[in-house]
Design a protein around this ligand. Structure first.
Ligand code: ATP
Ligand code: MG
Length: 422
């Protein structure tokens, strides 16, 4: 990786060959408006990385030397969000463009643990120190996420060596991995997410520190971890991500009901094989554009835990399964946030299993009208694959399900933006 004081590398359009028409015209409009007002501005982060890798960016991030308040005065529909990390969101028609002001890392002195900027265990609590573009480049997480693209003539400015890393498929933390993971442990999950890209692997030090620092994730807010977990599960590479999470012993931190899972241990009660089967199926569905929900995926991931807890303890207590479900979901929710309505759906999918086991799949049954019917049958199918329930019974339910007409899902906006936790 390059040193913080070395000159940046300029990569011209003729070298990288990115097609300008793949950039959202609204993002270009935001950059142009900032430049016309006398500020500097470019595209940065995930969109430049994705364009270089030939992938369609899901959103566009803009950087500038204008302060968030100054950005606000330039656009009609703009709000400034975030305390720890202030960011301006510009809304143009149905698209939201995030505009971040160049930041710098706290100085050595203010980086002392227990200061205004860094907590006693080294975590950054305030990240609003504005700086120059070069400083901004070095406070980003990975070299591949630290490339600046000027949409006017399409040249890229690379301060950290991210262009070579993107070309060679290397996930490399900028700076000392131990320090950067301590400052913000979510960077570990981000590193894992990008290492699951086809043809990508970790740089040595970036990988080595994962197993050392993994436990720090338990100190992160459940909202942020919940957000990151959905990105890990629904990016179409969940199976590879699972292997990386488990290999680096992070899986058990993300899923407290499985806190006994240990990397390298064979005796994991079939949980890892179960998750492999589920996430293979999730990836296939995402690749073929089918719908998949967080409620179903959580229900399926935690099913072995729920099922084992039921068989272990007395089933005679009234409402026992319901209490077990509440208990498991509570443990999970305090680590990775799950919204109330999804919690109820997970419970319903679990409790549905008993009904599917005992009732006959007859035409006209009211069960098909339940909003959880399809998800419950999907879990039942997975269970039949591992021999937990009879294939014949499962086939009867899937046939019944397939006769039902599904309402078309609303189309998601290609450039849709979600709130960012950082
Ligand atoms: P995606 O949008 O696919 O999730 P992204 O890299 O664009 O990927 P964002 O959350 O949109 O992710 O962040 C935009 C950019 O901000 C990143 O590319 C990276 O440069 C920087 N960034 C994000 N999270 C962190 C972090 N925890 N620490 C340092 N820099 C970060
Ligand atoms: Mg992004």
């Amino acid at each position: 990786m390059k040193r913080a004081d070395s000159t940046p590398r300029i990569i011209l359009r003729s070298e990288h060959g990115i097609d300008r028409s793949l950039i959202s015209p609204k993002a270009i409009e935001v950059v142009d408006s900032l430049k016309s007002a006398g500020y500097s501005s470019e595209l940065v982060g995930g969109c430049v990385r994705d364009l270089l890798l030939g992938r369609t960016p899901k959103d566009f991030d803009v950087t500038t030397n204008a302060r968030p308040e100054e950005v606000r005065t330039l656009f009609r529909r703009c709000e400034v969000f975030g305390r720890r990390f202030q960011i301006a969101q510009v809304r143009i028609k149905n698209e939201v463009i995030q505009v971040a002001t160049y930041r710098r890392s706290p100085t050595k002195k203010s980086r002392r643990r227990g200061s205004r900027f860094v907590s006693l265990n080294g975590k950054i609590i305030k990240d609003n120190l504005f700086g120059h573009i070069q400083e901004d480049a070095f406070r980003r997480d990975l070299t591949i996420n630290s490339l600046y693209l000027h949409p006017s003539d399409m040249h890229i400015v690379d301060y950290t060596g991210g262009y070579e890393d993107a070309r060679n498929g290397i996930v490399r933390i900028i700076g000392s991995p131990a320090e950067r993971y301590r400052e913000d442990p979510v960077r570990m999950l981000r590193a894992i997410r990008f290492a699951s890209l086809p043809g990508f692997s970790f740089d040595g030090a970036t990988e080595k520190e994962l197993s050392v620092c993994g436990h720090l994730l338990s100190g992160i807010s459940n909202y942020r971890l919940g957000d990151e977990l959905s990105k890990l599960l629904f990016n179409g590479r969940a199976r590879k991500t699972l292997e990386l999470l488990h290999h680096h012993d992070v899986l058990r931190i993300l899923f407290p009901p499985y806190k006994w899972l240990k990397a390298g241990k064979n005796d994991n009660h079939g949980v890892i094989d179960w998750m492999r089967m589920l996430l293979d199926e999730t990836d296939e569905r995402i690749q073929s554009g089918e719908h998949t929900s967080i409620a179903f995926t959580m229900a399926a991931i935690l099913w072995p835990k729920f099922n084992n807890s039921l068989t272990k303890r007395s089933r005679r207590r009234r409402n026992f399964p319901f209490h077990v479900a509440r208990d498991i979901l509570h443990q999970q929710k305090i680590r990775t946030y799950i919204a109330g309505n999804f919690v109820q759906r997970v419970e319903a999918i679990w409790l549905f299993q008993k009904i599917l086991e005992t009732e006959a799949a007859t035409k006209g049954t009211r069960l098909v009208q339940s909003e959880n019917f399809r998800a419950a049958v999907r879990l039942f199918e997975l269970r039949s694959k591992v021999g937990e329930v009879e294939h014949r019974k499962c086939r009867a339910w899937t046939e019944l399900r397939d006769q039902q007409v599904i309402e078309p899902q609303p189309r998601l906006n290609r450039y849709r933006n979600r709130p960012r936790w950082r």
